[in-house]
Design a binder for this molecule. Structure first.
Ligand SMILES: *Cc1c(COP(=O)(O)O)cnc(C)c1O
Length: 407
């Protein structure tokens, strides 16, 4: 069946994405259903924005309750959700203060502004000279400043002039970061696991060493946990795997429960405290609907069951994939329910395998008819199923992958 929406999108939408050919019309839990009634297990979960599955009853209820009360006030006034949201998120992070925004890119921009202002006003860097160290292969969003320090040509080319003040070094090397630090360095901005790069996990001990280095050098450690955080890796934060707490957490994606865009920068008093009235803000940031949904997300994470399920099933999937004979596969990287399956060759591209997974076969009449996964960088198939999947569903995902990779 030809989808009217797809045709209209092709004709009238900007062509800035290359979606797999599935037109989703409804979703529930780990499953989505397309316009023709085909079911798919959603093993991408909107790049971790749907960590709790589609339409989780607790999140829908929290949103519905708030829809009937008040949705948007602007920060010209207080609302009765914001204070609770900030307090509860700060506690989850072991921090003092929260600066709420909407999208992930805005959280990253806010982190950059925080670090620069801290550098000038607390560290004493000469005005206009602040430097921030970032990593090769980074993905932090799409604003002009953020793409200024990307090394992905499609993200960057022809969008200059670029924002200065960033130094890029190889990912996972504390030595390279140490060598790049100058008296003007205010922060190291890093993904504790690189998501868009293909679930790239740094060498063991990297986060600990980076924490020590940043302490020694009086440089802020900013962890972009927008995709890695909030349960995805089997812990609340990816930094938890090395018992490390950064100076700033950047959060987004799952914080909005898959319902509304909610992001935040979370840090100590002495860092977030650099902001005064009028120096930063957002019309929608901290709105009561976002805060109500965010509070329910925080409460759910406080129970620990999503993290535990992600840890157990991620380990199970990783073990089964490692034990399977997967022709052409160079490496399976996994941390919790976040997997990158990297092929040796870019031919056929990883997208072909994702297309094949769309027509994977159902195990029974009630089972899914296909599997949604997404390629990244030609060679990697990335999986990030909702943290609510069962062991049977985890096994089914592995079976489909093994079948498609072997074909
Ligand atoms: C998705 C993502 C962002 C940007 O978030 P948006 O909501 O798309 O702006 C930033 N950093 C990381 C690590 C991400 O995965």
């Amino acid at each position: 069946m030809v989808s009217e929406s797809l045709e209209l999108e092709r004709r009238h939408g900007a062509n800035n994405y290359h979606p797999l050919p599935v037109v989703i019309s409804t979703a529930s839990g780990a499953y989505v259903t397309d316009e023709d009634g085909r079911r798919y297990l959603d093993a991408l979960a909107a790049y971790s924005a749907v960590n709790f599955g589609h339409g989780h009853p607790r999140l829908i209820e929290a949103a519905r309750r708030q829809l009937d009360r008040v949705t948007l006030t602007s920060r010209a006034f207080h609302n009765d959700q914001l204070g609770h949201f900030c307090a509860e998120l700060a506690e989850l992070c072991g921090m003092d203060r929260v600066l709420p925004m909407n999208t992930g890119a805005e959280a990253v921009e806010t982190g950059i502004k925080t670090a620069r202002k801290w550098g000038y006003e607390v560290k004493g860097v000469p005005d206009g000279q602040a430097e921030i160290i970032v990593a090769d292969g980074n993905f932090h969003g799409r604003t002009t400043t953020i793409i200024s320090f990307s090394d992905d040509p499609s993200a960057r080319d022809h969008f200059g002039p670029y924002t200065p003040g960033f130094v890029r070094v190889p990912y996972g090397s504390v030595e390279a970061i140490a060598a790049a630090i100058t008296p003007n360095t205010v922060a190291v901005l890093i993904e504790p696991i690189q998501g868009e790069a293909g679930v790239v996990i740094p060498p063991e001990g990297f986060l600990q060493s980076l924490r020590r280095l940043c302490n020694q050098e009086n440089v802020l450690f900013i962890a972009d946990e927008i995709q890695a955080g909030l349960g995805r890796t089997g812990r609340t934060f990816a930094c938890d795997h090395e018992d490390v707490r950064p100076d700033l957490y950047l959060l987004g994606k799952a914080l909005g429960g898959g319902i509304v865009p909610v992001s935040a920068v979370v840090g100590r008093d002495d860092v977030i405290g650099v902001f005064g009235p009028g120096q930063h803000g957002s019309t929608f940031g901290g709105n009561p609907l976002a805060c109500a949904v965010g509070r329910e997300v925080i409460a759910m994470l406080g129970e620990g069951t999503y993290q535990a399920n992600a840890a157990a099933l991620g380990e199970r999937m990783k073990q089964r994939l490692d034990a399977a004979v997967l022709p052409g596969v160079k490496e399976v990287r996994a941390r919790g329910l976040w997997l990158g399956i990297e092929r040796t060759d870019a031919e056929p591209p990883a997208r072909r395998f994702c297309e094949a997974l769309l027509t994977a076969q159902a195990p029974g009449p009630a089972g899914p008819a296909g599997l949604l996964a997404k390629d990244t960088h030609e060679t990697t198939i990335r999986l990030a199923p909702p943290l609510v999947i069962t062991a049977e569903e985890a096994d089914w995902i592995v079976d489909q992958l093994v079948a498609v990779l072997a074909a």
